[in-house]
Design a protein around this ligand. Structure first.
Ligand SMILES: [Zn+2]
Length: 285
């Protein structure tokens, strides 16, 4: 074996070890979260579908983990940007962001929106995939902005970012990127609306976030403190694992779509789909 190949092999082995360790850690977390309860995966799917059926105010919170199945890297996952950086590995291979398409987990959230069940979606993602999947802009807070959107610095008007156009069509103010950099504050409206929904929700589902980026990661805690049930679907551990009511460490695509399918079956059996009027009233802050 040549020296180059040996180094490569060593790097691959190292990455595999880290991945195995992360997976083992995740399994421990789930054992911890469901300690002694012996709750099987299929049973947890059923529990979550039942909770969604009973909820009056469901809020979903997403992080980079939901977009990995669309080909975009996350940060702390086994093959995440920061995990690889720590190992001295190059960034993970990724597709062109503009080619990324929403996946089945994004679609499952859209279904919950269209049935009037999900009242608000809070996302840390900047990849535009929620809007692309059909989430209504009024029901979405993009806490860290959106790489494809610009905002007027004077009147707050939001529009698609178009190269060379930097004047607000409403007031002539300067259009700036909506992206929120590390250390910058979350835009006031996004934070205010998210906080309101966290204080009023009775079920809060974290999807694909390790809850490491603050202030965003404070929101699920606000929901729990306000009496909501907390569900976390994430492969790595989070600081709120000890406080969550249901924990999944499987990939999001294996959890959310079957939960939504099961929820629809339960609705057919026990409930009616909310009318459009109810849906619109529920979306008002
Ligand atoms: Zn303006």
């Amino acid at each position: 074996m040549g020296k180059g190949r040996a180094i490569l092999q060593e790097t691959i082995d190292k990455a595999k070890t880290v991945k195995a360790e992360a997976e083992a850690q995740a399994r421990e977390v789930i054992d911890e979260a469901n300690k002694g309860k012996g709750i099987a995966f299929s049973e947890r799917i059923e529990i979550l579908a039942q909770w969604i059926l009973k909820s009056n105010h469901l809020v979903v919170f997403t992080g980079a983990g939901i977009s990995t199945e669309s080909g975009l890297p996350d940060f702390r996952g086994p093959d995440g940007i920061w995990t690889r950086e720590k190992l001295g590995l190059p960034p993970p291979e990724t597709i062109d962001w503009s080619d990324a398409q929403p996946n089945i987990a994004h679609q499952a959230i859209v279904e919950l929106q269209n049935m009037g069940t999900m009242k608000y979606l809070i996302s840390q993602n900047v990849d535009n995939l929620h809007l692309k999947s059909g989430i209504h802009p009024d029901l979405l807070a993009e806490l860290h902005g959106n790489i494809y959107k610009a905002r007027c610095g004077l009147c707050g008007f939001k529009c698609d970012a178009i190269p060379d156009i930097n004047e607000c069509p409403l007031c002539g103010g300067k259009l700036v990127s909506t992206l929120v950099n590390f250390g910058d504050r979350i835009p006031r409206k996004e934070w205010r609306d998210s906080e309101w929904h966290c204080r009023h929700c009775d079920l809060f589902i974290v999807v694909g976030s390790s809850l490491n980026v603050f202030a965003a990661a404070k929101l699920p805690q606000i929901a729990v403190n306000s009496g909501a049930k907390l569900v976390i679907i994430n492969q790595e551990r989070t600081y709120l694992d000890p406080f969550c009511h249901l924990r999944f460490t499987q990939s999001i695509g294996k959890v959310l779509p079957p939960v939504v399918e099961r929820f629809k079956k339960l609705l057919e059996k026990y409930g009616e789909l909310p009318t459009e009027e109810k849906r619109l009233n529920a979306s008002k802050v």
